[in-house]
Ligand binder design. Sequence first.
Ligand code: PAF
Length: 303
Amino acid sequence: MSPNASGWRSVEIVLKGARRMRVTGKIAEIRQWTAEARAAGKGIGLVPTMGALHVGHASLIDAARRRCGFVVVSLFVNPTQFGPGEDFDNYPRPFERDLALCEQHGVDVVFAPSAAEMYPRENLSWVTVSGITEHLCGRSRPNHFRGVTTVCTKLFNIVGCDVAFFGQKDAQQCVVIRRMVADLNMPLEILVCPTVREADGLAVSSRNQYLSAQQRKDAPIIYEALKKGREMIEAGETDPARVRERIEAVMRRVPALQIEYISLVDPETLEDVKRIGRAVLIAVAARLGPARLIDNIVVDSGR
Ligand code: PAF
């Protein structure tokens, strides 16, 4: 299957039994299908993705299946959330494999629009969340969250979903989307599912496939460092600087890892904490060869 100028042509994949999965790149079509599902009394769940699906996405789809009668997965590598020099062109697009995963996990509709379908003219209308987008990844990716919030708003409007599912690995994205939905009274619920990890602790990510064999061996140090931070806090440490230093020392064991940030922040405001109180989000970003890796852990010390 291949795209034409206006996106993926629509197809119907008939599965064993009565269930079928439909695929379209057309906004008009997805709107019609979700309207029919709604009229049949089904709740609509959306799993927004950029494709290159993995077990993390599968866990979101499974959560959507458990919660909603009709599940839509969007596959769209959104150009507006990539900055100059980032990996937009190289971002993996294994469309057939993505469809197979969706089929296996019981998706009803895959929405795979082209850029021309999503942005048919110069885009003059943006959704901007201020403040919380300026911390953490926002420092090095200035327009990234504006692209994410704009495309998510478009997807929510197009699909008309009741619930949208996101992964905790992108902790800042989850906080930003939740805040946007609350501030703008969008009529849907945001459900955040736990980070899925490989057996060695590395957070599953589409970008892990950029890693060489050696880099892949080294990458789990990020989660090891986060766990060390959690241990310190659980043992009573309240000084964020001490925890940050320890995390950094662990990460430095892999000299190839270029640390972008190690931050201990309030899980809602994303502002640096001065003293670790009840709940803290430890978030890190680092480059390893061609991959920019992010990970995080929320520690609730119950203090
Ligand atoms: O997390 C992602 O894959 C993307 O940021 C999203 C939410 C699909 C928007 O393009």
